[in-house]
Design a protein around this ligand. Structure first.
Ligand code: PLP
Length: 818
């Protein structure tokens, strides 16, 4: 095509998009341009983009009717999608045209994008991973459906009052959601509670009937997921709960109207709110009901799709494969068995074979307290029939263990799905492992530790079903959309193939690492990104920060294992040095934190308070004179992440070794040009291997040393006594230096560190300080730093979620990919 042709086509596209926006403004919103608000313009633009996806959506859904294609069902209790519009425009390849179209309507596209409230249907990394995977599945043209819950209230909005986190309900649906399409005809009934009755059918078979206490209905809400410039639109299918008409027949029989209404309220509450705990969850009836609810709807929908494709029940495992994103959906194993046996009259052995071939399980955590367990009485109360099936799965499984390891009753107890110790419970990780044909960890270290510790017995039994799939993130959202300056600099030099071929193309940047003018351009991009963030901080937090200082950023959920407090102790240490006139070697730094704490996690909330208290003291001390600044950026989410990752010089990935399964924030930072200070944990290790040790700031204990330290008896108090600088920092916090003299507020924090220090903050403190000094020295030489930054980005190709999805396709799902 000649340039004029391209130009004409583009002009036509602009006209077309403009017309489409105006039509939607009129027909869907009932507004004229004169009275339209910015939000109206956002809605109209969203509808215009959605319209373009729907044609692909329909043809893609048609394609899924092709019997030979195996469909991937990605089961996840969380999808942290982030705002849709910007991403849709990038993937549809119409961002420039849309920008021009809205400009011609007198509006700025960024103002329009700013209107979108993100669907916060996830807590953090796990939910965001699911979202990156949907983007890659569509981009790689893998027929797939993401299945989850349409929470009416997602993760709470975080505000900060007097330094403390205050949670505000996330009413993300209040202004309407232009992206979803309700499918009332796709509705399924889900049973809860009650009891079971057995009988013999007319062929003489033993059968079980679940006499439920109540039934709820799940309705499908579909959100299109565009692939990158490939005409494909995938599906995110979320279930909303509703009461069925005769909501509680038993209660009505007894004339218990109020009781019946209570049950109705319960059913309607199932999809009401996301549990805001990213790691562990107490045994809540509603949470278990949520998990069963969305899994049952999804599997019933899979039978519907099977039927549409004209396939038989026996063909289920060849027709669909289901990935369990952690144990949250692992009840699916019992539910598929139930559907096959109770509803489709399949024999146990055949059903079990089919079930195992259908599921694969991704483990996401090594923290013992985060391994999901449900108390047996609760489970029996909510899911009596699935529990019977779990008992049967377990007894058959344990027979094979006793057969293979005669006399090893300890092993039988360890491997049982039912934990018989103390208050009996159901171990969901065991159910997921036993019911799957593939189990994977999410980084090389994590997989190694899974095999070694958490699932060791299972690994011994069947080593060939364990895999590693290192996490990845999508370069469409995390580079092209959220770092347009860097994206355009990169494209100018190596072409735009990197956007969907990161693994092969990004490395071409290496040749420019020593190029002085490229280095300058690279540095300028970072500098402008930092200025943008500095402006935003000024607006949101009211703190003035210097864009020429080192931007040292830690954004992620607040948790002791992630060790935001190690970072804070270092800041307090720098402050102490400044006060003691020992500031030599300190480079100007801005420490930026962001992240939500689970509302019931006292220590995490106290860490937020400490960060804000240190910020207040340090930022307002004239002796510091702006040398260091501390900022807590409130309400960290995908939308705010857009401004944060791209502006970082230094990425803080300082979890206790062996605790962070992978991390994905570490990848987003590094592929946007931040250098990492990190422990030997999760995907940090693989990042370091890729970018080179010389371009990575590694410190601290290794996982094995962490385990050893704890096993040998760890005395944090001794470390405190033997490290004068650490002692001074802790004493400052305790004595109220950061709390206007209040010696009570941080006492639980100090006590916990001195007496227990469960995540070895003291043990790693000295190594961290020394490593931070290396960072400061390196930053002092901007040319060298920039070169390191370029090399980091150039070598991050393997951390595209496209690579992860290809690994799943090839090793686990056995499906073709584009
Ligand atoms: C990437 C991301 C996370 C995960 O961050 P980690 O550093 O891997 O814990 C959490 N929340 C949001 C909003 C993200 O975008």
């Amino acid at each position: 095509m000649t340039n004029t042709l391209v130009q004409n086509e583009s002009i036509n596209k602009v006209e077309e998009i403009k017309d489409s926006i105006l039509e939607h403004l009129c027909f869907n919103l009932g507004k004229s341009p004169r009275i339209a608000t910015l939000h109206d313009w956002y809605m109209a633009t969203a509808y215009a983009a959605r319209e373009r996806m729907m044609r692909n959506f329909v043809s893609y859904t048609e394609k899924m009717q092709n019997k030979k294609l195996k469909i991937v069902g990605y089961l996840s209790a969380e999808f942290l999608m982030g705002p849709h519009l910007g991403n849709a425009l990038i993937n549809l390849g119409i961002e420039n045209e849309t920008k021009k179209a809205v400009e011609q309507l007198g509006i700025n596209l960024n103002d329009v994008l700013e209107q979108e409230e993100e669907p916060g249907l996830g807590n953090g990394g796990l939910g965001r991973l699911a979202a990156c995977y949907l983007d890659s599945l569509a981009t790689l043209q893998v027929p797939s459906v993401g299945y989850g819950i349409r929470y009416e209230f997602g993760i709470f909005d975080q505000t900060i009052r007097d330094g403390w986190q205050v949670e505000v309900t996330d009413k993300w649906l209040r202004n309407g959601n232009p992206w979803e399409i309700v499918k009332p005809e796709l509705n399924y009934t889900v049973k809860l509670g009650g009891h079971t009755e057995s009988y013999t059918d007319d062929k003489g078979n033993y059968r079980v009937k679940w006499m439920a206490e109540s039934e709820i209905k799940g309705i499908a809400y579909d959100t299109p997921v565009p692939g990158y410039k490939n005409g494909v639109t995938g599906i995110l299918r979320l279930w909303k709960s509703e009461a069925v008409e005769s909501f509680d027949f038993h209660a009505f029989d007894k004339g218990d109207y109020y009781g019946a209404v209570h049950e109705k309220v319960f059913s309607e509450n199932i999809s009401k709110v996301l549990y805001p705990n990213d790691v562990s969850d107490e045994g809540k009836r509603l949470r278990l009901s949520q998990q069963y609810f969305f899994v049952s709807c999804s599997l019933q929908n899979a039978f519907h799709i099977l039927n549409l494709r004209g396939l038989s029940i026996e063909e289920f495992p060849e027709s669909m494969t289901f990935q369990l994103n952690d144990t949250h959906p692992s009840i699916a194993i019992a539910e598929l068995m139930r559907l096959l046996i109770d509803e489709h009259q399949v024999s146990w052995d055949k059903a079990w074979d089919m079930t195992k071939r259908t599921f694969a399980y991704t483990n996401h955590t090594l923290l013992p307290e985060a391994l999901e367990k449900w108390s047996l009485p609760l489970f029996a109360h909510v899911l009596p029939r699935p529990l019977e099936i779990i008992y049967e799965i377990n007894s058959r499984f344990l027979l094979t263990i006793r057969d293979k390891y005669p006399g090893d009753e300890d092993r039988v107890k360890r491997m049982s799905i039912i934990d018989e110790r103390g208050n009996k419970s159901v171990r969901m990780a065991h159910l997921a492992t036993i019911g799957s044909h593939a189990i994977n960890g999410v980084s090389a270290l994590h997989t190694k530790l899974l095999k070694q510790d958490v699932l060791h017995d299972f690994y011994e039994l069947e080593p060939e079903i364990f895999f590693n799939v290192t996490n990845g993130v999508t370069p469409r959202r995390w580079i092209k959309l959220y770092n347009p300056r860097l994206a355009s600099l990169v494209t100018t030099h190596i072409g735009e193939g990197w956007v969907n071929h990161l693994e092969t193309d990004l490395i071409k940047l290496e040749q420019y690492a020593n190029d002085a003018s490229f280095q300058q351009a690279w540095h300028d991009v970072k500098r402008q990104n930092k200025t943008d963030l500095a402006d935003l901080i000024q607006t949101v937090v009211g703190t003035k920060v210097n864009p020429d200082s080192l931007f040292d950023i830690q954004v992620k959920r607040i948790h002791e294992y992630k060790r935001q407090h190690l970072n804070v102790l270092y800041i307090a240490h720098l402050y102490n040095r400044i006060k003691q006139k020992r500031a030599e070697g300190i480079v100007p730094r801005t420490f930026i934190f962001g992240g939500k704490a689970a509302p019931g996690y006292f220590m995490a909330k106290l860490i937020i308070k400490l960060i804000n208290s240190v910020a207040e003291t340090v930022n307002n001390d004239p002796e510091v004179n702006g040398l260091i600044k501390v900022v807590f950026f409130p309400d960290f989410n995908v939308k705010n992440g857009a401004h944060v990752y791209k502006a970082a010089d230094l990425s803080e990935q300082i979890s206790t070794a062996g605790k962070e399964a992978s991390g994905t924030g570490n990848m987003k930072f590094a592929m946007n040009g931040a250098l990492t200070i990190g422990t030997f944990d999760g995907a940090n290790i693989e990042i370091m291997e890729c970018v080179g040790e010389e371009n990575f700031f590694l410190f601290g204990l290794h996982a094995a040393e962490v385990a050893e330290t704890k096993a040998n008896g760890y005395w944090p108090y001794d470390i405190y006594n033997n490290d004068q600088e650490l002692k001074q920092v802790i004493d400052m916090i305790q004595s109220g230096v950061f709390s206007h003299g209040d010696t009570n507020v941080f006492k639980p924090f100090v006590d916990s560190l001195l007496n227990v220090d469960p995540f070895l903050v003291f043990k790693d403190f000295r190594a961290y300080v020394e490593c931070q000094e290396k960072v400061s020295a390196a930053y002092a030489n901007q040319k060298v730093w920039t070169k390191m930054s370029i090399l980091n980005v150039a070598r991050m190709g393997m951390f595209s979620s496209d690579r992860s999805i290809k690994d799943y396709c090839e090793n686990i799902w056995k499906v073709a990919h584009g």
